[in-house]
Design a protein. Structure first.
Length: 409
C-alpha cells in the first residue's frame, strides 16, 4: 500500500488536537505539540534598539524570529517596531526567556503573554443575572428594535407608523425577533446614523421605557438598551434591561459606567471616531487597528475602575462609525486582531452604507450582502452579530456554526 500524503488546513488549535487524537497521540504529547501548529505574529511598538536586538537573539535561539528596522541593526535609529514570528509554543518559550531581561523586556514579556492568552481564548459565558449566554454554543444574534423616526436602515418603528407606536406593537415586534432566533433584543430610541441630531432625554425615555417594561417581562432573552445617556440606561435597567449598548464607549455620559456597575449589568463598548453628526467627514487613521484597540482598551479600563465586571463587557469595532468603506472592509477582514482585548466581539454590519457602496443597492435590498458580511465576521472572530433581519441571519449562521464545529467531536 502506498503512503498517502495530505496537507491540512487547520483554523484553530482544537482542530489540531482532534487530528492528533485521531492519530493516537499521547495526551501529554498533544498538550506540547498542539500549540506548535498555531502561527503567531506579534508586533511590539517602539522598542529601544538594544532591547530589540536582545529580543531578536532570544527569538532566534528557540527557532523563532523577529523582524526589526534595518536602522535598528545599524544603530541609526533609537527605537524600532518589532514583528515576532513563531508558533504559539515558541512565543510562550520566548516570554519565559524575556522575563529575566532588562530594558523593559520583562514587562513586554508579561504583556505579550497576556495578549496571547486573550487571543487564544475561545470559551465565553456572559452572566447577566437570570440570563447566561454560552457564546461557544453558537453565534449569538442581537435583534434590533429601533423606536425612532430616522433610522438609516428604514426600519424605525416611529417612521413605519407615522406616529408614536403603541407599546403593544413594539412588544410584538420584539417577540417576533425572538421567535426568529434572536438571543438578545437591542432597543434604542435615538438614531446614530451619520448626521443624526441628538434626541432630548425626555423624548428618548418616552420612546423606550414603557416598551422595555413590557418586553422584559414577556420575552425569554436579555434586553439591551442602546443609549449613551446614563439616565436612560438607569431607568431601562430598573425596568428589566440587562445590558447597556453604549456607542460612545462611556464617553458620552460620565455617569454611565457607575450606573452599569450599580446594576451589575452587561456593557457593550463601541469604537466611534468623533460623533454621529461629524463622524463621516473624511475619517482618517494612522493605524486603524491600533487606534481602535487603544480606544476600546481605555473604555474597558474606565468601566472596570467604576466596578463593572470585566467578564460582562463586549467590544464592538463600530462598523460605519467614523469609518470609510475601506476601513470597514479592513476591520471585517482582520477582525481577529481585536481578540487581544480579551473580550467577545460584537459586529454590526447589517445594511450599512459600505455594502451599498460595493453593491449599488439601497438599504432595503442589502440582506444577502449583510449576511455575507456577518458570516465572514464570525469566521474572523465575531461571537455576536447585531442585525435587522434575524430569521435569515439565523439560518445562515446555523450552517456556518455547524461547519466550524465539524470534525471537533
Amino acid at each position: 500500500m502506498l503512503m498517502e500524503i495530505s496537507i491540512l488546513s487547520l483554523r484553530a488549535q482544537a482542530e489540531a488536537e482532534a487530528v492528533m487524537r485521531e492519530i493516537g497521540v499521547d495526551g501529554g504529547g498533544i498538550k506540547i505539540m498542539a500549540p506548535k501548529t498555531q502561527i503567531c505574529l506579534a508586533r511590539i511598538s517602539r522598542l529601544p534598539i538594544f532591547a530589540a536586538n536582545i529580543l531578536k537573539q532570544e527569538a532566534l535561539s528557540i527557532g523563532a524570529d523577529a523582524a526589526v528596522s534595518r536602522d535598528a541593526l545599524t544603530g541609526r535609529a533609537k527605537y524600532t517596531d518589532c514583528l515576532i514570528i513563531g508558533n504559539q509554543y515558541q512565543i510562550d518559550k520566548l516570554c519565559e526567556k524575556l522575563k529575566i531581561q532588562p530594558y523593559g523586556l520583562n514587562k513586554a514579556a508579561a504583556r505579550l503573554k497576556q495578549a496571547c492568552f486573550n487571543y487564544r481564548r475561545s470559551k465565553w459565558t456572559l452572566d447577566f443575572g437570570r440570563y447566561k449566554l454560552d457564546l461557544k454554543s453558537h453565534t449569538h444574534i442581537m435583534g434590533i428594535v429601533n423606536v425612532t423616526p430616522d433610522s438609516f436602515s428604514g426600519d424605525g418603528l416611529l417612521a413605519a407608523t407615522g406616529c408614536r407606536p403603541q407599546v403593544a406593537d413594539i412588544v410584538e415586534y420584539a417577540q417576533k425577533l425572538v421567535d426568529e432566533g434572536a438571543d438578545i433584543i437591542d432597543i434604542g430610541g435615538e438614531s446614530s446614523r451619520p448626521g443624526a441630531k441628538p434626541v432630548p432625554l425626555k423624548e428618548e425615555l418616552q420612546r423606550v421605557i414603557p416598551a422595555i417594561k413590557k418586553i422584559a417581562g414577556k420575552i425569554k432573552v436579555p434586553v439591551s438598551i442602546d443609549t449613551s445617556k446614563a439616565e436612560v440606561a438607569h431607568q431601562a435597567l430598573d425596568n428589566g434591561a440587562a445590558i447597556v449598548n453604549d456607542i460612545t464607549a462611556l464617553r458620552g455620559d460620565s455617569k454611565m459606567a457607575k450606573i452599569v456597575s450599580l446594576h451589575k449589568a452587561g456593557l457593550v463598548v463601541m469604537h466611534m471616531k468623533a460623533n454621529p453628526k461629524a463622524m463621516q467627514k473624511n475619517p482618517r487613521y494612522h493605524n486603524l487597528f491600533q487606534e481602535i484597540i487603544e480606544y476600546l482598551g481605555k473604555a474597558i479600563n474606565v468601566a472596570c475602575d467604576a466596578g463593572v465586571d470585566f467578564e460582562k463587557i463586549i467590544v464592538d469595532p463600530g462598523i460605519g462609525f467614523g469609518k470609510s468603506p475601506e476601513h470597514n472592509l479592513q476591520i471585517i477582514k482582520s477582525l481577529e486582531q481585536l481578540k487581544i482585548l480579551g473580550r467577545p466581539i460584537l459586529i454590526g454590519a447589517s445594511r450599512k452604507s459600505f455594502i451599498g457602496k460595493i453593491t449599488g443597492l439601497p438599504v432595503s435590498q442589502r440582506l444577502f450582502a449583510s449576511i455575507g458580511s456577518n458570516c465572514l465576521s464570525v469566521l474572523n472572530g465575531a461571537m455576536l452579530v447585531r442585525v435587522h433581519d434575524v430569521q435569515e441571519t439565523k439560518q445562515a449562521l446555523s450552517v456556518l456554526d455547524s461547519i466550524l464545529k465539524a470534525g471537533l467531536g
